[in-house]
Design a binder for this molecule. Structure first.
Ligand code: SF4
Length: 270
């Protein structure tokens, strides 16, 4: 019997292979967590980064072949950061024929004013952005808000909470807002970041720069990312194994082992 060739890495794979991989993981996350139902109107938050472009495109591919009807509305938020230019994103959304809205809210000035010099802006910025997205979803009649967080984001959040907050809390695939009015979904939660990056590169999405706010990326998240990269290089499959749901045998004392994606809401902003 001849041994099967190993699957190509994300960097080696061609576009159809990457697309199949993403759609398979997307479908699995949707089925496992009940992320989409017939008649849903889903607001897809598009930041202009690789993950949200890929999410939007792959959700549309899925929409075309899904047995149930659902709608997609792309929403981008211009946060009035210095040097921001959303023209390439707008042109792409138009040329691809998406139903889309571009909102402008000056969260940048608010964050600059409220956050002390030297501290990171991300926590307040994320809270403000979330509020604006919730309000937009209500206005646009959307009952779901899809975000582009992926498997690596979820693992990093799990470890950050474990290492720095002393609790086991991951980024859920499906989250109902505190007032019960909104449902946030993360359909890419099973997709590996390197697959999404390779897909975005091959599709040549017009990526908007993500450093305009001048905030330093969360140093702890950077460290956890580097640690995971090192571990995964030395022991390939480490990241995948974090996501492998293992049910303990009935006889075991440890009767419940939950998947990270089913655990409580995160406490670390991303
Ligand atoms: S990095 Fe992102 S979340 Fe953090 S302040 Fe800048 S725009 Fe906001």
């Amino acid at each position: 019997m001849t041994a099967r060739a190993p699957a190509p890495t994300a960097d080696e794979a061609d576009l159809p292979t990457l697309q199949r991989r993403i759609l398979r993981d997307l479908g699995r996350a949707i089925a496992d967590h009940g992320l989409i139902a017939a008649g849903d109107r889903i607001m897809v938050a598009v930041s202009g980064g690789k993950d949200s472009y890929t999410l939007l495109e792959c959700l549309r591919l899925l929409q075309r072949r899904a047995p149930i009807p659902f709608e997609l509305v792309a929403v981008h938020l211009d946060q009035a950061q210095p040097g921001y230019d959303g023209a390439p994103l707008r042109a792409w959304l138009e040329s691809e024929g998406y139903d889309f809205h571009i909102l402008r809210e000056d969260t940048y000035s608010v964050v600059k004013e409220k956050v002390p010099e030297g501290a990171t802006y991300c926590a307040l910025c994320s809270r403000l952005r979330r509020g604006i997205l919730y309000a937009a979803a209500t206005q646009l009649g959307c009952n779901r808000i899809a975000l582009g967080h992926h498997r690596d984001d979820a693992i990093e959040t799990l470890l950050l909470n474990l290492f720095f907050q002393g609790r086991v809390a991951a980024m859920p695939a499906r989250l109902v807002s505190d007032d019960g009015a909104h449902v946030v979904i993360r359909p890419l939660v099973y997709c590996a970041e390197d697959t999404l990056a390779a897909y975005a590169r091959l599709r040549a999405f017009p990526i908007l720069p993500c450093n305009l706010c001048g905030s330093q990326e969360n140093a702890q998240r950077k460290q956890v990312k580097a640690l995971l990269a090192r571990l995964d290089a030395e022991h390939p499959g480490v990241k995948s194994s974090v996501f492998a749901v293992k049910k303990a045998p009935k006889s075991s004392k440890h009767s419940k082992i939950a998947s990270p994606s089913t655990l409580a809401r995160p406490t670390t902003a991303k």
